[in-house]
Ligand binder design. Structure first.
Ligand code: SF4
Length: 321
């Protein structure tokens, strides 16, 4: 069996930064540190941080006075942020800079009196945050997820209309939705597909190429991870079976039995050691497993700075001198 690994795969710069923010906060302030929502959508990342002293909450009201709270990489509404900042809490924002860029775009359109159509998945925390950021600027914003939504959406002035998108959507589906919006509202303006972040684009491009080389694709990632679900869909579009699993313990060996070439990739919030555990399992279960990395993938060199609210923050209880 030949195992081919997608390139690139796994952690993106926004996820690396979010985890580094939490780990730096733990070093600087000591435990416990509170994080609102899963810092990134991966149960292994969450479990490892819990073991280091992080308490995950869904509402900042659960954070005791005087403590540190970190917002997840997905972003939050202004109400959540203002409520936390209005309390006696140290607030650190781990929202990915590329999500913040979408907030800024939406707010810019709202300030110019454009009505905004946000393309994304209802209920995803990034979407809740982006909707809230636009509405806080008195903006009018509607959410559409697919072409059916485009047919139904009602707008006040089709000549003053803009669209923006969630960062982790499918490139192709988003293009179809944008085309449907342009067909219905010819004067709509927007940023093409470039709201979809570099990591999502690169991983989707890589898995599509990978799927052409193999008999089956295994995607490692959480079931609530938007970008991981899109990777499985992209592989299936090439016409092969693809499965999304959280880790090696969820791999059904029947999926790969008898296959000559098995492709593996990982979502932007899935740690690389989970990929290695799947490879170890395959090596234990099957004879002559070779592993190679697919050729020609994009080499990523993106790194985001930590927020100054963290790097410049003083420890809560500095040691007596
Ligand atoms: Fe940021 Fe993209 Fe990573 Fe999301 S997937 S955290 S938008 S870099």
């Amino acid at each position: 069996m030949k195992v081919i690994l997608a390139q690139p795969r796994g952690f993106c710069a926004g996820v690396e930064r979010a985890i580094e923010i939490v780990e730096t906060a733990l070093e600087k302030f000591g435990k416990p540190i509170y994080v609102r929502h899963e810092i990134v959508h991966n149960p292994h990342v969450v479990k490892r941080l819990k073991e280091k002293g992080v308490i995950f909450v869904e509402d900042t009201d659960e954070v005791p006075d005087g403590k540190v709270v970190i917002f997840s990489a997905h972003g939050v509404t202004p109400e959540v942020e203002n409520h936390a900042r209005g309390r006696n809490l140290t607030v650190i924002d781990a929202t990915c800079p590329l999500v913040l860029k979408v907030h800024t775009e939406g707010q810019k359109y709202a300030k110019k009196n454009y009505e905004v159509i946000l393309i994304g998945h209802k209920g995803h925390p990034e979407i809740e945050g982006t909707l809230g950021r636009i509405r806080s600027n008195n903006g009018i914003v509607s959410l559409v997820s697919d072409i059916e939504d485009v047919k139904k959406v009602s707008v006040k002035n089709p000549d003053l209309l803009a669209y923006i998108t969630q960062t982790t959507l499918s490139l192709d589906e988003t293009r179809d939705v944008i085309d449907a919006l342009k067909a219905r509202f010819p004067n709509i303006v927007g940023p093409a597909t470039k709201d979809i972040c570099y990591a999502t684009q690169n991983r989707q491009g890589a898995v599509r190429e990978l799927a052409k080389l193999v008999d089956v694709v295994i995607v490692i990632g959480a079931h609530n991870s938007s970008n991981s679900n899109r990777l499985r869909e992209r592989a299936e579009e090439v016409g092969i079976s693809a499965y999304l699993i959280e880790d090696a313990s969820h791999l059904n060996l029947d999926w790969v039995k008898g296959k000559e070439r098995v492709g593996i990739t990982a979502g932007a919030s899935a740690p690389e050691d989970l990929v290695q555990e799947v490879i170890e399992l395959l090596r234990r279960e099957f004879k002559d497993v070779s592993v190679e990395i697919m050729q020609g993938g994009v080499q990523e060199n993106v790194h985001f700075q930590l927020p100054t609210s963290l790097t410049k923050a003083k420890p809560l209880n500095p040691p007596a001198t």
